[in-house]
Design a protein around this ligand. Structure first.
Ligand code: SAM
Ligand code: MD0
Ligand code: SF4
Length: 361
């Protein structure tokens, strides 16, 4: 397919991508450096069209339950880091969690993402066993795909989570530049974090990986990450712009322009053509969802049920209690992009198909 832009090499790379041939890393480096509005616009357009070839005009939607905001870690970007006195710390009970799942289920959400800080009480004292119980109970009561984001977990726990029916393990590397990693995830093992994802896949779970933007990475770091996540065979890949948080070392940083996130999303789409790519409500709310989708995202994440005292991560309170962070409220915005929310069956079929591939690999 011919793309009409001045830089011939970029035109060829984008044309090939549209025909299903993902760019090499060298080619992506070229795309990342060549300047010009025509190149960026074509990049987004091509990414959107690749998404449509793979997923049609349908979007998946994920609910988010931050069930414990305690954390033993001290990530420099995170509001909930151990040493920050700002956040409200809570730990929801099994009943409170299942009620929140129920309300997401009624809303027609495709997947529930159960997230926690590395809560010392659960990670250290109880060895993550309560999480397994919670997941087993949700899977017993609801026929809904489940993702768990508990931080790094040992293989034995990942084994039990997979047995409890958990479909996805989310663990974002944030960057694949080790020096930068050590400044972001202070005192945490890079290899240990990568290994947990491999272990989760060996246990039969799908894996989500992701990177942060606006934290000191170079454009080439972003390109490296796109390919590292490919090497890791992640089923879902995300890029989120930093939201500087009060009380953290990155408090004074500037949130990167949405354009950076769109570029990263589009680059991921060119390479991870048939994988899932989120547009998170958590970064800057409704206003950025459409732009992220136009750059090639196909999942809206971080929808949060109101009236339950639940928090977001990068946006702790945004739009939750006003019920704006729900499936119903995002529908008109999808409508004007000529998109609609997929049926849950379609999502479940995607998940089952990918899980079969893991089992066969
Ligand atoms: N505690 C678990 C962990 O760290 O893996 C799971 C939850 S953690 C809160 C989920 C992700 O949110 C982080 O990996 C990071 O990518 C993202 N995040 C945290 N703080 C953020 C911020 N201020 N701006 C943008 N993204 C952020
Ligand atoms: C999101 N707030 O989807 C969530 C969170 C953790 N698995 C996901 C970062 O944006
Ligand atoms: Fe804890 Fe996760 Fe925040 Fe790091 S990103 S401080 S591990 S909640």
């Amino acid at each position: 397919m011919r793309i009409d832009i001045a830089d011939e090499r970029a035109a060829e790379i984008l044309g090939d991508a549209l025909d299903g041939k993902a760019p090499s890393k060298e080619e992506m480096r070229h795309l990342a450096t060549v300047e010009g509005t025509d190149v960026s616009l074509s990049l987004f357009q091509v990414a959107r069209r690749i998404t449509e070839k793979n997923f049609g005009h349908r979007i998946f939607i994920y609910g988010f339950i931050y069930f414990s905001t305690y954390c033993r870690n001290d990530c420099s970007f995170c509001y909930y880091r151990r040493t920050n006195r700002g956040p409200q710390r809570y730990r929801k009970s099994l009943e409170q969690i299942t009620e929140a799942v129920q309300s997401l289920d009624e809303e027609g959400i495709h997947l529930v993402d159960l997230t926690m800080g590395e809560d010392p009480q659960m990670v250290e004292e109880k060895g993550l066993l309560p999480i397994i119980e919670i997941c087993r109970e949700i899977k017993r009561r609801y026929d809904i795909p489940l993702m768990i984001s508990p931080g790094v977990a040992p293989r034995s726990i990942l084994h039990e989570l997979a047995r409890a029916g958990v479909d996805w393990y989310a663990l974002y590397q944030e960057t694949h530049n080790r020096e930068l990693y050590s400044k972001l995830r202070i005192g945490q093992s890079y290899e240990g974090r990568q290994k947990a994802k491999i272990d989760a896949m060996r246990e039969g779970m799908l894996v989500e990986d992701g990177i942060l933007l606006g934290v000191g990475e170079t454009p080439m770091d972003v390109v490296d990450s796109v390919y590292e996540m490919l090497a890791g065979r992640a089923h879902q890949v995300r890029a989120m712009g930093l939201m500087p948080q009060p009380g953290t070392p990155l408090e004074g940083a500037r949130a990167p322009p949405i354009f950076e996130e769109m570029k990263a999303i589009a680059m991921m789409r060119l390479v991870h053509q048939d994988r899932l790519i989120p547009a998170s409500y958590d970064v800057d709310g409704i206003k950025g969802l459409e732009l992220r989708i136009l750059a090639g995202a196909n999942v809206v994440t971080s929808l949060i049920p109101p009236d339950r005292g639940l928090k977001g991560v990068a946006q702790a309170d945004l739009d939750i209690e006003s019920s704006a962070r729900t499936a119903k409220s995002i529908m008109p915005y999808l409508g004007r992009l000529d998109l609609e929310i997929a049926g849950r069956n379609e999502y479940m079929e995607w998940v089952e198909r990918e899980k079969c591939h893991i089992r066969r690999a």
